[in-house]
Design a protein around this ligand. Structure first.
Ligand code: SF4
Length: 273
């Protein structure tokens, strides 16, 4: 965990913690924090710096805690049966959640509305809230793991729990009767081993979701620095993909489909190309 004494942590009050979603098949999103202590170098959510007064700060170096988030959840903001995604631009179970309990407070408020809920995290801290999770009729928890190699994961996701601990959390959720999905994201070409990930998790998931690595202006330098230091032989392939030569991705999609269909694993592929 990143030393909290060097992080900028600010408590702020918000009008609403639930907002409209741009995500496919999702009505609303709920993000209890702005920023994320996990500081993944590929994170797509760092555009949030622009919208939250943190433009000059490094992603992973600040977190705004939406201190009054639970009390903003009312019948006016939640419609029965709407789908709410918790954790679209932050990890709702990042380490600060152990201290603040904002995600837990939001779940307590949401219980009586029984919306459809999807929670996405990289942290076993989600297990703390099993008592609440089990009371939702339509809920599932996704755990994202794109890289199994502990050493590479440390470099790409420096302050996130290890892939092994994430997979253990998935198993525990499943054993406790919570619906789960494995979010294989982001898939780093020639580094992410989706077959091995599925072998380790198939018995504990209701679905597998796949998302490719999205190289954007804001994460490009960090990703190529990582490749130069750890996998220089892959740089030509990543440059080819970046130039929209999508043959690698089409082949990978095909490979995923064939594997999941053969193994009878429900799956969805979200590749941007
Ligand atoms: S855990 Fe998710 S939100 Fe947090 S830094 Fe990593 S990718 Fe971004």
């Amino acid at each position: 965990m990143k030393n909290e004494s060097i992080m900028k942590i600010k408590e702020k009050r918000v009008k609403s913690v639930i907002t409209k979603s741009n995500l496919p098949a999702t009505d609303l999103v709920l993000n209890p924090y702005v920023g994320c202590q996990h500081a993944c170098i590929y994170c797509y959510a760092d555009f949030m710096r622009r919208f939250s007064g943190h433009e000059e700060e490094e992603w992973g170096s600040f977190v705004d805690v939406k201190i009054n988030a639970p009390e903003t959840i009312t019948s006016g903001t939640v419609k029965k049966d709407c789908l709410i995604a918790i954790g679209s631009v932050t990890d709702p179970y990042q380490p600060l959640e152990a201290r603040y309990g904002i995600t837990r407070g939001c779940l307590e408020r949401l219980l009586k509305f029984q919306p459809r809920l999807e929670i996405l995290t990289k942290s076993p801290l989600v297990l703390r809230d099993l008592d609440l999770l089990k009371q939702f009729k339509k809920l599932r928890v996704g755990i994202s793991v794109g890289i199994l190699d502990e050493n590479l994961s440390r470099k790409l996701e420096p302050y996130a729990p290890s892939p092994k601990r994430r997979l253990e959390a998935l198993k525990k959720l499943h054993e406790e009767g919570v619906k789960t999905y494995l979010f294989v994201s982001p898939m780093f070409p020639e580094i992410s081993d989706f077959k091995e990930l599925l072998k380790l998790s198939t018995d504990y998931i209701d679905e597998a979701l796949f998302e490719n690595l999205n190289i954007k202006a804001n994460n490009r330098k960090r990703i190529f620095d990582f490749l130069r230091e750890n996998k220089p032989e892959l740089i030509p392939l990543y440059e080819q993909i970046e130039k929209k030569d999508n043959s690698y991705l089409y082949n990978l999609e095909q490979e995923i489909s064939e594997y999941c269909e053969k193994a009878k694993i429900p799956y969805r592929i979200y590749f941007h190309h």
